[in-house]
Write a protein that binds this ligand. Structure first.
Ligand code: ADP
Length: 264
């Protein structure tokens, strides 16, 4: 009697555990597959433009060196450099993503000033977008110390800045504001872009989610940026929130706990 019952119960639990493990494996396999497809697709565009530009430069090598040709050549080289920076950022992002997915941040937290993080992110942003209109404004705060991994935090801010750039049209106004309260340090990135509706907001942080695949494709994205930002915030005991309105703009706010002060 009860032995049979016990066997059935144990079998059920084992079966459930196995199917859970199986589901997890399937989920990971699908994620990997999605990732490989997305990565390959994303890398193709910048690589194609670099090839085209290099081919043109090689082809024109023997042309007489007029003033216009020199200016043009310079422009091409600048474009190649921009595309290259974009590829590097993208690959950095994928690496961060897979590191987080494997649950191995592999970093030790240090005392980091979010003002330096914002400055570094701004440099990368300008390098990457070639922001000639000077659309980025940084509100200076007093020192904003957190405990964290500087590289990951820079990645989070860069992702927000690049989204602010991608999802708005000139004349852009992108503002970064760092604030310190009793318990938290916040960094808000505000744009005057296309904004998001409530449905989009509720899914924006999901992996591979894009409000409009077409819009994102033409603006260059793959739906990983915000999921990476969220993962980075979670690994720091922080969070990311968004307030947005279609056609008005969006504000993404990173919020991190202030480190406990060790008294001397
Ligand atoms: P993507 O690589 O497509 O930019 P993200 O994960 O960074 O992926 O963002 C997910 C989606 O959220 C984007 O496809 C876009 O539709 C929307 N989104 C993100 N940031 C903004 C923003 N600042 N303004 C408007 N929409 C945004």
């Amino acid at each position: 009697g009860w032995i049979a019952l016990l066997v059935v119960a144990v079998t059920c639990v084992l079966g459930w555990l196995l199917s859970d493990a199986l589901r997890r494996r399937l989920r990971l396999a699908k994620l990997k597959n999605d990732l490989v497809t997305t990565v390959s697709h994303e890398l193709k565009t910048p690589l194609a433009s670099i090839r085209l530009l290099v081919d043109t430069l090689l082809h024109d090598e023997h042309e007489p060196k007029s003033e216009t040709a020199t200016v043009q050549r310079r422009e091409y080289l600048q474009l190649i450099s921009l595309e290259n920076a974009r590829l590097t950022r993208m690959i950095d992002n994928f690496l961060t993503f897979s590191r987080i997915e494997r649950g191995k941040p592999g970093v030790e937290f240090q005392r980091v000033d979010m003002r330096d993080v914002v400055d570094q992110a701004a440099t990368i942003f300008r390098e990457h977008t070639g922001d000639v209109d000077d659309s980025l404004h940084i509100d200076r705060a007093q020192s904003a110390m957190v405990s964290g991994d500087s590289d990951s935090l820079v990645t989070a801010v860069v992702n927000l800045l690049e989204n602010a750039w991608k999802y708005s049209d000139a004349p852009r106004q992108i503002t970064v504001t760092t604030d310190v309260s009793d318990e938290r340090v916040t960094v808000a990135v505000r744009d005057n872009g296309i904004g998001m509706n409530a449905r989009a907001i509720s899914q924006a942080f999901d992996r591979f989610f894009q409000v409009d695949q077409h819009v994102s494709r033409t603006r260059g994205g793959c739906g990983l940026g915000l999921s990476i930002v969220r993962a980075i915030m979670l690994s720091h005991g922080g969070e990311v929130q968004v307030v947005s309105e279609p056609d008005v703009g969006s504000t993404f706010t990173l919020s991190l706990p202030k480190p406990v002060e060790v008294l001397p």
